[in-house]
Design a protein around this ligand. Sequence first.
Ligand SMILES: Nc1ncnc2c1ncn2[C@@H]1O[C@H](COP(=O)(O)OP(=O)(O)OP(=O)(O)O)[C@@H](O)[C@H]1O
Ligand SMILES: [Mg+2]
Length: 329
Amino acid sequence: MKILSIRNLKKYFPIRSGVFLQVSGWVRALENVNMDISQGETIGIVGESGCGKSTLGRTMVKIYEPTVGSITYCDPSGEIHDVSRNIDRRVEPTFRKDVQMIFQNPFDSLDPRMTIRDTIREPLETHRLFASRKMMDERIAELLMKVGLYPEYAQRYPHEFSGGQRQRIAIARSISVNPRLLICDEPTSALDVSVQSQIINLLKDIQRDTNMSLIFISHNLDVVHHMSDRIMVMYLGNVVESAPATELFDHPAHPYTQALMSAIPSWNPKDRKLGQVKLEGEPPSPINPPTGCPFHPRCPHRLEICRRVKPEAAEVGEGHSSACHLHSV
Ligand SMILES: Nc1ncnc2c1ncn2[C@@H]1O[C@H](COP(=O)(O)OP(=O)(O)OP(=O)(O)O)[C@@H](O)[C@H]1O
Ligand SMILES: [Mg+2]
């Protein structure tokens, strides 16, 4: 069962200038995104800074409204709802409970004035999941233990905890309402390497116990490789390649994916005839994206057509798509 389906999603942010703050241009944060999220699946989303990963996550949880395109949501009873724009009031509470997100920086995402108990209790109260305060407190203690913290921590405040512990608290809060989809936006990038893997293992354990779907956003292909069933590679607001994780690592098709892979020191391209694709310079600005293929200015294999025509995503293997003109020459 698909929890969310995303079709032709675009998100443009207006750039305002002048005394009257007229719209003078657009940041094209998402150009064209298609994706399906099935129950229990882990999807990794990778790409360089500014390629639109957070915008995609935030659009999925409806912090942002799509500029163009659709998002459909399948509720637990199997009924499909369009949640692209205004969500039907009868569906909204279930949607808000089902789709949760945790953010990059655990130092910003918790309210410093609230105890841990109140922080975790808030969503439980909003969604009226428990009849009594006592039951809620029991659930909070259980959640704290589940994320590897002591139940006694409930009465403390966020400043008393380390970054890794705060991220555990944020995880406890987001899973408190039993979401069916958890979107993790670089949840470990502000943490030490040793703490990073603990948090990743924690998320995988929770997923195994609950069968929730996980979307894991990272700029690091190495991190998502180990935990994802499927990986989507983004470049300048576009999904340039999408494939099952092992397939992507065995047969990366898009020159951009190949470049990301050759940048991983631990990855050994011994038997794989990739050649070294070097990524030079910075990605172009999403305010003024290149014509044709968004990657062509940095692509070592670019052809004449790449400058003019934007390549469509094409099947290059089972469940494997890539948007590159090289596949059709
Ligand atoms: N609220 C906003 N208003 C205007 N522009 C925005 C907004 N949010 C993001 N952008 C722009 O959209 C583009 C995509 O940003 P986004 O944060 O989604 O990238 P990202 O892939 O998450 O990057 P990072 O790896 O640095 O977190 C960037 O050019 C960014 O400046
Ligand atoms: Mg981001």
